[in-house]
Design a protein around this ligand. Sequence first.
Ligand SMILES: C[S@@+](CC[C@H](N)C(=O)[O-])C[C@H]1O[C@@H](n2cnc3c(N)ncnc32)[C@H](O)[C@@H]1O
Length: 265
Amino acid sequence: MSSSGAGHSGAIALAQRHDRRAHPHPEWVAALTGASGPEVARALRDIDRHVAEETEIHQRLHDGGRSFYAQIRSPLDLYAIARLARPDAVVETGVSSGISSAHFLMALQDSRRGRLFSIDLPTRQRGPKLGARESPVSLPPGRSTGWAVPDRLRRRWDLRIGPSQTLLPGAATDAGTIGVFLHDSLHTPRHLAFELATIAPRLAPGAVVMADNTTWTGRAFDRFAESLGAPVVRCGRSDLVGLRVPTDGPPATGRRRTGRLRTTR
Ligand SMILES: C[S@@+](CC[C@H](N)C(=O)[O-])C[C@H]1O[C@@H](n2cnc3c(N)ncnc32)[C@H](O)[C@@H]1O
């Protein structure tokens, strides 16, 4: 499987033109979903249905003063993962402009199934221009959480504003059985461990669990993976990691060894 991104057309080429970090990682998607190479390739090709949405996302970001696109690494992979996992519910923490949200919503729309539960405690840009010391995930003036998500994608979206410390337990309950989870909110070991412990009882067999910026979250994700007996799979050389919940449940005796699998860039 090639992950170079070379030769892509349509939505993938468009995404990469705006941000070269947006290239897909087919091997990562395959490892997390259990799908075959041709199935992953087909799911990534399906993004071509969304050239109009990708164009609108880039325009909205540009109008909001954000010159780049991939606030989450691998948004295209998130689309493919949600297509292949066919979840009844996707849960994510950390929305900002909504790049991850938009890609999950495109997948749910194409599968005609499932809802996205998103939680975000926004930070706000202080002035009309992003200050040198301010984070680009802050909301530009006049914008609200998810401001880059096209309106026509929002039908399957349950967006909740507030800290995931208080909102995640309720959202996880309302989600029912979670097929895909993404942590991209407060990146501390304690907070990631809290989020993973909160969603754990709701995870479907074979569910995909991902966390971004794990450089900052110590061993929280590894410990969770060990408790499930699942290997941690790293997306390329980044610190976006994931695992696939075993379809036969957690190991009955002791802990299985886990290991990091590296994918090609
Ligand atoms: C890295 S950004 C999310 C990027 C997003 N996933 C995307 O694809 O564009 C992190 C977001 O999490 C929010 N956040 C920080 N702490 C939070 C918390 N305790 N609960 C919920 N959201 C939080 C931040 O304000 C910010 O909007």
